[in-house]
Design a protein around this ligand. Sequence first.
Ligand SMILES: Cc1cc2nc3c(=O)[nH]c(=O)nc-3n(C[C@H](O)[C@H](O)[C@H](O)COP(=O)(O)OP(=O)(O)OC[C@H]3O[C@@H](n4cnc5c(N)ncnc54)[C@H](O)[C@@H]3O)c2cc1C
Ligand SMILES: *[C@@H]1O[C@H](CO)[C@@H](O)[C@H](O)[C@H]1NC(C)=O
Ligand SMILES: *[C@@H]1O[C@H](CO)[C@@H](O)[C@H](O)[C@H]1NC(C)=O
Ligand SMILES: *[C@@H]1O[C@H](CO)[C@@H](O)[C@H](O)[C@H]1NC(C)=O
Length: 498
Amino acid sequence: MGPSRIFPSWRIFLALRCIFTLLVFTAVSTPPEDPVKCASGNTDCTVTNSVGIFADRSTCLAANVAYPTTEAELVSIVAAATKAGRKMRVTTRYSHSVPKLVCTDGTDGLLISTNFLNHTVRPDAKAMTLTVESGVTLRQLIAEATKVGLALPYAPYWWGLTVGGLLGTGAHGSSLWGKGSAVHDYVTEIRMVSPGSVNDGFAKIRVLSETTTPSEFNAAKVSLGVLGVISQVTFKLQPMFKRSITYVMENDSDFGDQAVTFGKKHEFADFVWLPSQGKVVYRKDDRVPVNTSGNGLYDYLPFRSQLSAISAIRRTSEETQEKFEDVNGKCVSAKLTSSTLFATSYGLTNNGILFTGYPVIGYQNRMMSSGSCLDSLEDGLVTACGMDSRIKGEFFHESCVSVPLTHIKSFIDDVKALVKIESKALCGLDLYNGFLMRYVTYSSAYLGRDTEALSFDMTYYRSKDVTPDSLTETAKRNVNSSPDLDRTGKPKLDLKSL
Ligand SMILES: Cc1cc2nc3c(=O)[nH]c(=O)nc-3n(C[C@H](O)[C@H](O)[C@H](O)COP(=O)(O)OP(=O)(O)OC[C@H]3O[C@@H](n4cnc5c(N)ncnc54)[C@H](O)[C@@H]3O)c2cc1C
Ligand SMILES: *[C@@H]1O[C@H](CO)[C@@H](O)[C@H](O)[C@H]1NC(C)=O
Ligand SMILES: *[C@@H]1O[C@H](CO)[C@@H](O)[C@H](O)[C@H]1NC(C)=O
Ligand SMILES: *[C@@H]1O[C@H](CO)[C@@H](O)[C@H](O)[C@H]1NC(C)=O
């Protein structure tokens, strides 16, 4: 859109809103609140997730919450609850899973929070391993590895996940290289505290590894939190390296073919596909030697802290579009959002401050994940993470399916065919930056993947009102999100979106 074009005033409003959302941020931010809240002390509690509402909008109750600070305390908590025949679930600092994996049934369950199990246990630079407690966040894990000159090769893009949660749901970044992009495939040992018999004193510590207990280890690598409380995890890391990132936007005419081969050419490749615009953003992202010059930083714009007032304007405009079924408005907003993100290189800078051009080269620990809105300086919610449930901000539903590479071209062709029939129908996805498509591959974990695939993240508007209409809408979307073209023909959902 050229500057000479005359915009109706609402378009100018939208443009300003979009630019403000992306560019107005500060170094401080009110940190997200604890997902567990109790009526008195640590008893009579409710638990929710980081967006404040589970997929079915129900509230989960528990009789009490325990905050172990050491493995020994964890053992005695599990033992006492086992002896009393109580149900237990593990909760984490931010609780990012959208589905209610953290809920026990009934009201007399026990929540065990890993908030204070956030210590580094043992870095070993020589063996290139790092052992941490399970409540350590991805952000901490990356920082601790960096201190001893090591790097975790692949991880989710958002800092706020904990080691226990990453393993719980099989979280991943994007790669077909090495052992692939799933964090659990870089784990060498898991210490897990599980209920035990009277003879065990009602709890036991299992030390699981590939060499000593292969089948238990493969079960525990992705456990949905049901096998016991993960206490400590040992990662096998790599010497620090640098990455070189270039984003290129192209039309999607040959995307079906590109999707099959691009991940073999670039180690950290991913795609942002904007189907209603017929565009794909290719992430050309490669490992380069550590002595290559460059000190780039990837501080992803949507994960920076936002002024709450701006988040509210954004949300109001979206609600208005929904109310009036303003498809054209959504498409205009979508285009602005995606082009602004692309034009601002998604938050990539060559030196931590300025973007001067591609490629952006920087250390792995500064390029792989971000989430600066988690920085914990209280400012009374003047600023916050965009998805903080205490402000009027982003509220969305997220669905995820993975499609084997053998089927990817026909899947992409099917989506393109849908766009041809109703070109504006997918603007709602583009508004949340389209399909984020990331490579995943085989894993020895029993709940891991069995083939090379592309995992599609789809984020879209969700109503905040609990009306019968919005419930049906959510239910419909949940149903629609399930089929996966598994090579066995069995439908299979992506675990992290379960
Ligand atoms: C903004 C955002 C970005 C995301 N980005 C990505 C991404 O890039 N890639 C990706 O794959 N996923 C991504 N996710 C999904 C995320 O990886 C999963 O939701 C993950 O499980 C969240 O981890 P958590 O620490 O918040 O765990 P929770 O949501 O609190 O817990 C998840 C499950 O793990 C269990 N659990 C947690 N800790 C332990 C423990 N110590 N012992 C036993 N069980 C435990 C819980 O009981 C629960 O069943 C993202 C989610 C959000 C909200
Ligand atoms: C662990 O978490 C607690 C509570 O959030 C925090 O006060 C403490 O500083 C954290 N410790 C480390 C080592 O990060
Ligand atoms: C898409 O881009 C390619 C070059 O990258 C070009 O050859 C082709 O004509 C373009 N297709 C459309 C529909 O614009
Ligand atoms: C990086 O180091 C390698 C070997 O250590 C050397 O051959 C190469 O010239 C160096 N490159 C730069 C850009 O310094």
